[in-house]
Design a protein around this ligand. Structure first.
Ligand code: DX5
Ligand code: ZN
Length: 220
């Protein structure tokens, strides 16, 4: 059984053919749908909101991994649960009461994720690691697809993996931004569990094959 997961990011899909692209992922070897919600405040871009997410989750047959790049995410936790999110990831930098936010996500029956911007130190999670189901390490500055991978991510994955093991936690490590076949293997070797890939999947000629190859690489 494969244990490393691939989560294509819908941000890079063809929004005029969203159902087609969702069905491609349903039929592929991908494990999760990664859905980026941006508010134009926390990040300098706006992606899409609730009605589009609702349309997406009508067609998905795999877990839906929602990445919130928004300020004050606590306001919408119940809404995202009702819209069909399985994982809800909030940004460390957007949550002054992170412990409370994580409890609220779990109380709605979702897995709780915390994302870190590239400049945010891993050590800030030491006192809360036991409570977090998923840590999303941003390997680009959040807000846009198609950016270049930041190399310092490998060392952050290493540090985070050590922290997880030291604390006996079961937290999974997700990498988001600039993931391709060039860095996938090294990320997994450093300790990553889930690879998000947007442009690399959707800009490729044969998307199903690209997902299959990335999955094989991650589990080789
Ligand atoms: C960036 C988003 C990512 C993005 C990744 O802010 O969080 O999920 O879609 O896209 P690529 O794989 O193109 O870097
Ligand atoms: Zn994302």
């Amino acid at each position: 059984m494969s244990s490393k997961l691939i989560a294509p990011s819908i941000l890079a899909a063809d929004f005029a053919n969203l159902q087609r692209d969702i069905e491609m992922i349903n039929d592929s070897e991908a494990d999760w749908f990664h859905i980026d919600i941006m508010d134009g405040v926390f990040v300098p871009n706006i992606s899409f909101g609730m009605p589009v997410l609702k349309a997406i989750t009508t067609h998905t047959i795999k877990p839906v991994d929602v990445h919130l790049m928004i300020v004050d995410p606590d306001r919408y936790i119940k809404t995202f649960a009702n819209l069909g999110a399985d994982n809800l990831t909030v940004h460390y930098e957007a949550c002054p009461h992170l412990h409370r936010t994580i409890q609220a996500i779990k109380a709605e029956g979702m897995k709780a994720g915390v994302a870190l911007n590239p400049h945010t130190p891993i050590a800030l999670l030491e006192d809360i690691i036991q409570n977090i189901d998923l840590i999303c390490l941003m390997s680009v500055n959040p807000g846009f697809g198609g950016q270049s991978f930041i190399e310092n991510t490998y060392s952050k994955v290493n540090q985070l993996k050590k922290m997880i093991n030291k604390n006996g936690a079961t937290t999974k490590i997700e990498i988001d931004g600039g993931v391709t076949n060039k860095n996938a293997k090294q990320l997994i070797e450093a300790g990553a569990d889930i690879l998000v890939a947007g442009s690399y999947v959707f800009k490729s000629k044969n998307q199903t094959e690209t997902i299959k190859d990335l999955k094989a690489l991650a589990n080789s």
